[in-house]
Write a protein that binds this ligand. Structure first.
Ligand code: SF4
Ligand code: SF4
Length: 294
């Protein structure tokens, strides 16, 4: 019996595995697959996954012969997009892998580690399993004006700074978060932050095929921003940016009603408008532990 992948079909990707020309660029070409380089198995390359999916769909391979192997290869992929860069028939690999991950979730073949990650996310609202109150309060004393930052939590403003989980809890990205708030303050940007009401953007779930859990997180953050009158969102995290700018639309059919800017794009606007120059001093005293320098 042939095998169906309903999530792949739902996103209009059913025919994609049949378009592979088997040129092997994705195995050996410039930017070729990092997992294939390590695993040395065809199934770990883009081509291998397409041929396996195709054979399963055509019934040339039984589920008992190929489904687990496809599952392992699909979840072993880093979603780096290297295969997409070199593919001569422009297969949208990353989207295909995310949809296939959704199919494995529906087939009850999701990896155990992801079940644990989802439990953590649903319980704590962030992927690191940290206390939500520490999203700002955990490190606000590193900021030169701790109160000024805390006072921004939950205020009404047209611009919101969406931190993201890593940029709220991990020491190095947190320093970039602080630096960004300093630049925004310096150029007179009135912005709001959600503090413990900021939930994960949902990227870990969208990337692993659990679109309905991701929807809960996307809708929560959008609702919070609507309540505050937000019109544009700035984020430093490339993963969060990808969600807000592209993937809520692609996978959840949600169009966030905000302009979405990657952090440096916000700085570019400040430069263009003359509110910021490359030599603008931030007026920050060097502080032990923060790595911030004037
Ligand atoms: S996206 Fe996955 S399959 Fe493609 S090159 Fe990167 S690791 Fe390999
Ligand atoms: S580069 Fe594209 S067409 Fe060529 S083998 Fe890989 S998936 Fe198939």
């Amino acid at each position: 019996m042939d095998m169906r992948f309903p999530v792949l079909e739902q996103y209009g990707l059913r025919e994609i595995p049949f378009t592979c020309a088997q040129c092997s660029f994705c195995q050996v070409g410039h930017g070729a697959c990092p997992t294939f380089k390590v695993k040395r198995r065809d199934s770990y390359s883009g081509k291998g996954k397409m041929l396996l999916a195709r054979a399963l769909m055509q019934g040339r391979l039984k589920a008992s012969q190929g489904l687990e192997g496809l599952r392992d290869a699909v979840f072993g992929c880093t979603l780096c997009g290297g295969c997409e860069e070199v593919c001569q028939v422009d297969i949208p690999f990353v989207k295909v892998y995310q949809a296939l991950r959704g199919d494995f979730l529906k087939k009850g073949m999701w990896p155990d580690a992801l079940v644990t990650a989802r439990e953590t996310l649903l319980k704590t609202k962030n992927i690191l399993g940290q206390a939500q109150m520490d999203r700002v309060e955990g490190w606000s004393y590193w900021h030169p004006d701790e109160d000024a930052l805390l006072d921004r939590v939950g205020i009404a403003a047209k611009t919101a700074f969406f931190f993201g989980c890593a940029s709220s809890f991990k020491a190095v990205p947190v320093q970039a978060t602080i630096a960004t708030t300093l630049v925004m303050e310096k150029i007179g940007e009135d912005f709001t932050i959600l503090g413990e009401d900021e939930w994960c953007c949902g990227a870990p779930m969208i990337m692993t095929g659990d679109f309905e859990t991701a929807r809960v997180f996307a809708e929560h953050n959008i609702q919070k921003y609507l309540e505050l009158g937000v019109e544009r969102i700035v984020t430093n995290c490339p993963g969060c940016y990808k969600m807000w700018a592209h993937e809520y639309h692609e996978f959840l059919d949600i169009e966030p009603p905000f302009e979405v800017l990657y952090g440096p794009q916000g700085f570019q606007q400040g430069l263009d408008e003359g509110r910021l120059t490359f030599t603008t001093p931030l007026g920050v005293e060097a502080q032990a532990g923060t790595g911030l320098r004037q």
